[in-house]
Design a binder for this molecule. Structure first.
Ligand SMILES: [Zn+2]
Ligand SMILES: [Zn+2]
Length: 403
């Protein structure tokens, strides 16, 4: 091929231009001055979120400033939106967030797994244990039970204001646990926190010795938590998974995530019929292990009846107090010799397992990213809350459209 002078000139010009453009963009990235203010969605009254402008505070040597990319809306956010359980108003909600480090205090060198961090890294946050209580001091592997533990999105308003992820920027404080997650896409990063909740529940379940390849595992409640939990169980290699819910769309999603039997409880007029349906789906015996992932007391009663003699269950659904439920100590516990475990949020260490779960789930083709069904910008957060309350779709998330 003949190359004439003009072509060469063109090529050289293009290369020079490309070279010129590339570093220019990088310089712009690293030296860009941050805005002095940003917007955050503030819960200003019961069921009322307003977008407010705040100064971006100066961070100290132990803090980080993170530009928010997005944050999932959680059941806890909804409870707070409705004025319970903590009644923290005004408040910037959102704890399932992810974003990019834009400013780094000089003492913050590594994430909670020991990985070096720098400006431009993507992170997710976990809890901020108090480090001083009996649990933190004497049971450091159980920091999920620290009663003074803080979580972004439930930190009362103060001079920083940017204390939750429903914002354009967030200040990550000293003592926070957080992880670098550059190797995960935005959808997966948005699922990390709720996935950590279910990974913890499955770790609790494993302690019973009842989760095996050939176990028949039942998951009651196919909201985001139930569906993610089902995905963890599937990813572990459990073949027989029974999903119980009252919504056909959610049951269909359960099937796509690996459920092998679906039970729609609305089709049965009483608990005996429902128990029969569950037994039919588990070789006439009942489930080896059952996860209770609803916040409904009657469902928490029913779950005991779905489990076989010698089986076990895990209560995952009650992150707020939704009331008492009735169980029969003779039939439900003693006579069947059931092993029950409770599960409460997660420890920072559960995040490491969670990253592997999310990657593995994607590798085996589980459509977990499709759990995110609704995306809202900051000025639409009231709508996001309402959609969540109506339980339309599955996972509702905030996406920062100015990222
Ligand atoms: Zn959550
Ligand atoms: Zn503590």
């Amino acid at each position: 091929m003949e190359v004439n002078q003009i072509d060469i000139e063109e090529i050289v010009k293009k290369i020079l231009n490309d070279l010129k453009n590339e570093p220019k963009e990088n310089i712009k990235e690293s030296n860009s001055t941050l805005p002095s203010t940003c917007r955050a969605a503030v819960l200003t009254d019961v069921k009322k979120i307003e977008v407010k402008e705040f100064n971006i505070p100066e961070i100290n040597d132990d803090e980080m400033l993170v530009k928010v990319e997005g944050c999932g809306v959680c059941g806890t956010d909804i409870h707070e939106y409705k004025g319970d359980p903590f009644g923290l108003i005004p408040l910037v909600l959102g704890h399932e967030g992810t974003g990019e480090i834009v400013k780094l205090g000089k003492n913050v060198r590594r994430d909670s797994a020991g990985k070096e961090i720098k400006k431009g890294d993507k992170i997710v946050t976990s809890v901020v244990p108090c480090g001083e209580c009996d649990i933190c001091l004497n049971h450091p592997d159980k920091t999920n039970l620290c009663e003074n533990s803080k979580i972004y999105g439930l930190i009362p308003d103060d001079n920083y204001h940017l204390n939750g992820w429903f914002s354009e920027y967030i200040v990550i404080r000293k003592g926070s646990t957080f992880y670098k997650v550059n190797d995960m896409n935005l959808n997966l990063r948005l699922l990390v926190e709720p996935a950590a909740v279910v990974v913890h529940a499955v770790e609790r379940a494993k302690t019973t010795g009842l989760l095996k390849f050939n176990s028949k595992v039942l998951v009651q409640g196919c909201g985001p938590i139930g569906l993610l939990l089902l995905s963890v169980v599937k990813t572990l290699g459990v073949e027989n998974i029974i999903a119980v819910d009252g919504d056909e769309n959610r049951l269909n999603m359960a099937k796509r995530l690996g459920a092998t039997a679906l039970v729609n409880f609305t089709k049965y007029s009483n608990i005996d019929e429902l128990v029969e349906a569950v037994k039919k789906a588990s070789d006439g015996i009942g489930a080896d292990f059952a996860f209770q992932c609803t916040g409904v007391p009657s469902a928490a009663s029913n779950i005991w009846k779905f489990v076989r003699r010698g089986g076990g269950l895990c209560e995952v659904g009650f992150f707020v107090n939704n009331g008492d439920c009735k169980i029969n100590p003779h039939y439900d516990i003693c006579n069947k010799e059931i092993t029950a475990v409770g599960s409460w949020t997660y420890t920072p260490q559960d995040y490491l397992t969670t990253f592997d779960f999310l990657k593995r789930a994607k590798e085996i083709g589980l459509p977990i990213e499709e759990l995110i069904t609704h995306r809202f910008s900051l000025d639409k957060m009231n709508e996001a809350m309402e959609i969540n309350m109506k339980q339309e779709g599955i996972k509702v998330v905030y996406i920062n459209d100015r990222f």
